[in-house]
Ligand binder design. Structure first.
Ligand SMILES: CCCCCCCC/C=C\CCCCCCCC(=O)NCC(=O)O
Ligand SMILES: [Zn+2]
Ligand SMILES: [Zn+2]
Length: 506
């Protein structure tokens, strides 16, 4: 009997291994880099390197902060506009580049390629940054100081690296007398950090009313991740093919004020604090494996060390266990569920007055398998207190998944460009962008929206985005400029080679 059980267990194990190996081979083929002649990184002279670093430093020193919708630092944004004109005169004076301002402080460049029959694409970035005070920073966040090969400052990763990287690449192309064949737009929003309603949304509306359709669009988002995903030793690049939805709620409790010497059993502050604490103690349900994050892990399966590689290649069986493990780290927990972040709390007027009001802001990022309505319903159920009034500030559902198969022009061009410039990455896979981007305003112009920042992130860097000591290595920034240079040239391809030879010709 014991022997029979043992033999059965071995057979089950062999079966699992066979399935795993099959899946690994399949996945291995999918994630194989495109073959054939690759464009080699263009060399920058020492002077050019110096120029591109100084240009970024100058951009970081202008405090283009967005505080809230309608409350952005307009004078800094005007200064930023003048700064890029000064640094990139070639771009602003080129006969085939048209520049215009939209929504007061956003920039739209139209680069007219030599073949007007090719559908244009778009490079997207934003010039505004989230606030930063000196406290906790190794160097002041708007001082543009450099340490050990890193330029420190708010916006170095999010997103002045892209604004300056794109314009710098354009400048270098013009300097080398290169006119792109395919037309493209460069859109630089000024209020992405506070919803993009005055910048990106207006640019999108303008292009839409002119009947523009885009071949694809690339915005900030995921990146090259080095040691970020536990179990993967080598760097991998993730391209965001979708992004999470979002809900921002204001929770309010109002009670009668009075003398603090005769307090009620519960104050508005106590009631609201208990409600937000319940939200934190009761996270949204795990949905790991029910959305496009499944494809990310399947495609990265071969990159995991043994035995995780077998596990990842068999998520149909192991997804619940993997989901539990991913919950341990905030960065991967964000892929598992709708996240809940209590971000603002305002209450009370004076030490000896019973507080008449308490307000809290809670920001949820919605997992692709959930909707705004579902999250609202769960939130009401967890708060379960009619004294807490719930108001929706802003809400949108998770974004559609952009095509990422072998025939998807934009995805394959981006993939090829990553292979050329970040040749040290071992795999490229589609992913869910956990933050939100201006790209969602362009849904009516294209279904091919990709979110990839050409930056190299180690696990410890994730906390720098919107956090303390945001910084970029100058070597990484040079690669970012290379990325946009290559991307613009690769996009000149009129179409992808036919499927039977696509991988060899790309
Ligand atoms: C196997 C997958 C592991 C994924 C781990 C997550 C990696 C995170 C990588 C990049 C950081 C995401 C930043 C996204 C851009 C956010 C832009 C932004 O700040 N927008 C405003 C907002 O979201 O409020
Ligand atoms: Zn950003
Ligand atoms: Zn940001």
């Amino acid at each position: 009997m014991m022997a029979r059980c043992g033999r059965a267990a071995v057979l089950v194990w062999l079966g699992l291994v066979a399935i795993g190996v099959t899946a690994l081979l399949r996945v291995g083929l999918v994630s194989e880099p495109p073959q054939g002649a690759r464009r080699r990184p263009v060399g920058f002279s020492a002077l050019e390197k110096e120029q591109l670093r100084e240009a970024l430093r100058g951009a970081v020193k202008i405090p283009t902060v967005s505080f809230s919708p309608g409350n952005v630092t307009t004078s800094a944004m005007e200064e930023f506009g003048a700064y890029i004109q000064k640094v990139f005169p070639r771009v602003f004076s080129s006969s085939f580049v048209h520049h215009e301002m939209v929504g007061g402080y956003s920039h739209l460049f139209t680069v007219h390629g030599s073949d007007p029959h090719l559908q244009p694409y778009m490079l997207l970035a934003h010039l505004d940054v989230v606030p930063a005070s000196d406290e906790g920073w190794e160097v002041p966040p708007f001082s543009g100081q450099e340490r050990d090969g890193f330029l420190y400052g708010r916006g170095t990763l999010d997103n002045k690296n892209a604004v300056m990287g794109i314009l710098q690449a354009m400048d270098f192309l013009l300097k080398r007398n290169h006119r792109p064949i395919r037309s493209f737009y460069i859109a630089i929003g000024h209020d992405e950090e506070v919803s993009g309603h005055d910048g990106a949304r207006k640019i999108a509306a303008k292009l839409e009313s002119a009947g523009v359709r885009l071949a694809f669009l690339i915005d900030e988002g995921l990146a090259v991740l080095d040691g970020v995903v536990k179990g993967i030793k080598r760097p991998v690049a993730l391209v965001g093919t979708t992004e999470k939805g979002s809900i921002t709620l204001t929770l309010t409790v109002q009670r009668d004020p009075g003398h603090s010497s005769v307090p009620p059993k519960e104050t508005s502050i106590g009631i609201l604090a208990a409600a937000v604490s319940r939200l934190e103690q009761n996270p949204m349900p795990s949905l790991f494996g029910k959305g496009p994050e499944l494809a990310t892990f399947e495609q990265l399966a071969t990159q995991f060390t043994f035995p995780l590689n077998i596990v990842m290649a068999n998520l149909w069986l192991f997804a619940p266990v993997v989901g539990r493990i991913l919950e341990w780290e905030p960065s991967t927990n964000a892929l598992v569920r709708t996240t809940t972040a209590v971000t603002l709390f305002q209450a009370g007027v004076k030490a000896n007055i019973i507080p008449p009001f308490a307000n809290a802001t809670v920001n949820f990022r919605i997992h692709p398998a959930q909707t705004v309505e579902e999250v609202l319903e769960l939130t009401r159920a967890v708060i379960a207190d009619d004294r807490v009034k719930i108001r929706v500030q802003e809400a949108f559902n998770p974004l559609p998944v952009s095509p990422h198969d072998e025939g998807s022009f934009g995805f394959q061009i981006i993939r090829r460009t990553i292979h050329e410039v970040f040749s040290d990455v071992s795999a490229i896979a589609p992913g869910v962008c956990i933050g939100n981007t201006d790209s969602r305003h362009y849904l009516n112009l294209t279904s091919s929206i990709y979110r990839f920042s050409p930056i190299w992130l180690k696990a410890e860097d994730l906390g720098r985005i919107h956090g303390l000591n945001e910084r970029i290595s100058l070597e990484t920034y040079e690669r970012g400029v290379q990325f946009y240079l290559h991307l613009i040239q690769n996009s000149d391809l009129p179409e992808l080679p036919k499927p039977h030879k696509s991988l060899h010709e790309l």
